[in-house]
Design a protein around this ligand. Structure first.
Ligand SMILES: [Zn+2]
Length: 339
């Protein structure tokens, strides 16, 4: 699908249609979602989940320069005004977001955001922040990358065997799917089972700590105009847990961030953010917990007026191809769903 999007994007850019269309797109809100920025190092491979790495530093800089020139970049603080008061920016509005609180957001993205004065919004899972623990997807990747080939049993409640063979990417995707779709799964216990079955220790606290931003770094980012949102406390998939646990995940993380950072937290991004990762109950509970905005992540664009504040769609620009971004700004209806 990515290849198809890039071909169509190139065609539109070459015919000049993009520039024409941009002129009438003031009513759209495009929310971009990044996770990690890739260092400008040839053949970079991480110890953790490589799938969450987006554009390289130099390409991220190109993307921000392009957006500064061609879009109306907004902050979360502007969103309600623009949507409700019917302001009409002359260009499509774009909000930049990051999920999961990775260290490279501070070391690699922040200097560029600061340079272009872009007020990005960072969604932080507070358990990871406070306990200095990476997410389950990173721990699974860490173990699978190091495990010897063989068959491991995942035990209760999955009762599944997993074959670790040549294609590590395939087995990781299989595990991720199970993690995302199995209700009431104790993820911590499952990672322990995998560690025991493979004989690979879970990553040390030192290794995990190095991957994440600290409270002090977040405070510094706020001073530079960046915004902080919640990504729940323990990154559970909200649709997979009961109502009380959902409310706890939503409200506890808000409380921690507001207390530790001294700012109001008005936005949440639902972990994983697919159609089936949250539901109407989640949206209602987010409102009860005091959030004004809830962000999903199953692609798509938003119309500024009549926006569903608890299902604001986001799209990933996790590519080094600037033409895709250009096409997305010009034809959100086509490109936000192709990706
Ligand atoms: Zn996440």
């Amino acid at each position: 699908m990515k290849g198809k999007a890039v071909i169509v994007a190139r065609l539109l850019e070459n015919t000049g249609l993009n520039r024409l269309k941009r002129a009438v797109l003031h009513q759209y809100l495009i929310v971009l979602n990044y996770h990690r920025i890739t260092p400008d190092v040839r053949s970079f491979v991480s110890d953790f989940d490589d799938n969450v790495f987006g554009p390289t530093v130099s390409n991220f800089r190109h993307q921000m320069a392009f957006l500064k020139e061609n879009a109306h970049i907004i902050s979360i603080d502007d969103l309600k005004d623009i949507s409700i008061n019917g302001q009409k920016p002359s260009r499509p509005s774009v909000l930049i977001t990051f999920d999961d609180g990775y260290k490279d957001n501070y070391t690699l993205a922040l200097p560029i955001l600061k340079e272009y004065r872009i007020p990005a919004l960072f969604f932080i899972p507070t358990r990871n922040l406070i306990e200095r623990r990476v997410g389950w997807w990173d721990e699974i990747s860490y173990i699978i990358k190091r495990a010897k080939a063989g068959i491991i049993s995942l035990g209760e409640p999955l009762n599944r065997d997993v074959v670790i063979g040549e294609d590590r990417h395939k087995v990781k995707s299989e595990l991720m799917y199970m993690m995302k779709t199995t209700p009431f799964l104790n993820l911590d216990e499952l990672i322990d089972t995998m560690a025991a079955a493979t004989g690979i220790d879970r990553p040390s606290l030192k290794e995990q700590n190095a991957e994440l931003m600290t409270l002090q770094e977040l405070r510094e980012m706020i001073k530079l105009g960046m915004k902080i949102g919640s990504h729940t406390h323990s990154h559970h998939i909200l649709a997979n847990i009961d109502e009380d646990s959902q409310y706890q995940e939503l409200s506890y993380s808000k409380e921690i961030l507001e207390k530790e950072l001294g700012v109001g937290v008005s936005a949440i991004s639902y972990p994983v953010g697919r159609h089936d990762s949250f539901n109407n109950q989640t949206k209602w509970l987010a409102k009860q917990a005091g959030y004004e905005f809830g962000f999903s992540f199953y692609a798509g664009f938003n119309k500024l007026h009549g926006l569903d504040f608890y299902d604001i769609r986001r799209v990933s620009p996790a590519t080094n191809n600037l033409q895709f971004l250009s096409a997305l700004i010009s034809f959100p209806g086509i490109f936000s769903s192709l990706w």
